[in-house]
Design a protein around this ligand. Structure first.
Ligand SMILES: *Cc1c(COP(=O)(O)O)cnc(C)c1O
Length: 402
């Protein structure tokens, strides 16, 4: 898909609903609501579900939605348009990709990952290893030790490109090349990359990738995940979760499983139509975003925040790489009272988040954050650190979601 006339970031802010008085630096965790989404979802509910009833599967194209949206996401991640499909959650897609990669590299038994990976990815690998038995294992090393840990036992290198806590960015091209030289396949988690920075899955020769659409991509809470399988592998994948919608002919209702064409075999069950309608509205914006320009703007904003905080809040210790080229689109700081500081910030309208044990995390999303918001956030953070207003009892009480 080619880029439609690119949008200017000064204008895109008007395309999102942001509550009055809020500086939203958490679009890396849950992207805000595009203004067009409520009407698109209402239309899907009323005109499609309401009026078409079961006919919506054909007439409104619900059945093809996972592939159609996949082709639109493909442009954002440097993928072949037919190699991406939507559905389920990222944890499920990681499991499917990992199982497929192990099966394609059958003489090896090790899944290699790093300690910066998101726990759910590691848990899914752990569960798969337990279920497979047969000597499979998960090896976790420090992020900087991945290249050295690639040996002749590694079947799959499974990494999240941007560390969810620190924002550290792995070199996808270099590590993928390295893994291939050692005979390993690659699985990249793009949770904090898609919609944040340029990605070239096809150019890097990546084997498998997956990501979510509710973070930078603004699909809304519970939005479906996406999965990528390199076209050279797709026809050889034997799906571990062989659901009927990954079947070659679901409506033949055959009692035996026949995998569908290409990546469509990694569909499982009925798609989340309403969630996909919400995502469609967000992709109407993303279709017009120049990712290289987005990355440049995100670096400008992150640098501004980082230097501002370093100047005014010496108690906060940088947790992210100092060089912009080694960071995703977030900046994080350590502080032993990080949780309370973040609560005090949120009470003043600056929304970031906290990640245990001591990380304050701020995401920079040029579609709706500009220099004024960054300056405002730095000022408020400096004020809270200066007057220690974070040290009030109400800011120390922990909620379930941080
Ligand atoms: C957010 C995130 C997930 C979440 O997975 P879900 O199944 O969608 O809840 C998984 N992996 C990474 C790296 C993430 O950042």
């Amino acid at each position: 898909m080619t880029l439609l006339a690119p949008l200017d970031f000064a204008a895109t802010k008007a395309l999102f609903h942001l509550p009055e008085g809020v500086i939203y630096l958490d679009g890396n965790s849950l992207g805000p609501l595009p203004r067009a989404t409520p009407a698109r979802v209402a239309d899907c509910v009323q005109a499609e579900w309401g009026d078409m009833l079961i006919g919506g599967w054909n007439k409104a194209g619900w059945m093809d939605q996972p592939a159609r949206l996949g082709a639109r996401i493909a442009r954002l991640i440097g993928a072949e348009p037919e190699a991406v499909v939507l559905g389920d959650t990222l944890s499920i897609k990681i499991y499917q990709a990992l199982a497929a990669a192990l099966q394609l590299n059958p003489t090896r038994r090790v899944i290699l990952s790093d300690s910066g990976n998101f726990p759910s990815d590691l848990y899914m690998a752990e569960g798969l290893v337990k279920m497979l038995g047969q000597g499979y294992s998960l090896r976790i090393v420090a992020p900087d030790d991945i290249a050295d840990a690639l040996d002749e036992n590694v079947a799959v290198m499974m990494l999240t490109q941007v560390d969810y806590r620190t924002g550290r960015l792995h070199d996808m091209a270099d590590l993928t090349r390295h893994a291939h030289q050692k005979g390993a396949l690659t699985l990249w988690d793009l949770a904090h990359s898609a919609g944040a920075l340029p990605i070239d899955l096809s150019g890097c020769g990546v084997d498998f990738a997956a990501g979510c659409t509710y973070k930078y991509l603004n699909g809304g809470p519970g939005a479906p995940a996406f999965i990528y399988v390199a076209p050279r592998h797709a026809a050889h994948v034997a799906p571990a979760l062989s659901g009927w919608l990954g079947h070659a002919a679901p409506f033949d209702f055959s009692p035996t499983y026949q995998p569908g064409q290409g990546v469509s075999r990694l569909r499982v069950g009925t798609p989340a139509v309403l969630q996909m309608a919400a995502l469609e509205a967000a992709l109407d914006i993303w279709d017009r975003v120049d990712i290289a320009a987005l990355r440049a703007a995100s670096i400008t904003l992150s640098e501004m925040f980082l230097t501002g905080v370093q100047d005014l809040c010496p108690e906060l210790r940088l947790a992210s790489p100092r060089a912009a080229a080694h960071r995703g689109s977030q900046v994080s700081f350590h502080h032993p009272q990080g949780y309370a500081i973040m609560q005090a910030l949120i009470a003043k309208g600056v929304i970031g988040d906290f990640r245990a044990p001591d990380i304050l995390r701020f995401g920079f999303t040029p579609l709706y954050i500009g220099a004024d918001e960054v300056r405002g956030a730095v000022d408020i953070l400096a004020q809270i650190m200066g007057d220690r207003s974070w040290d009030r009892p109400q800011f120390h009480r922990r909620a379930a979601v941080t």
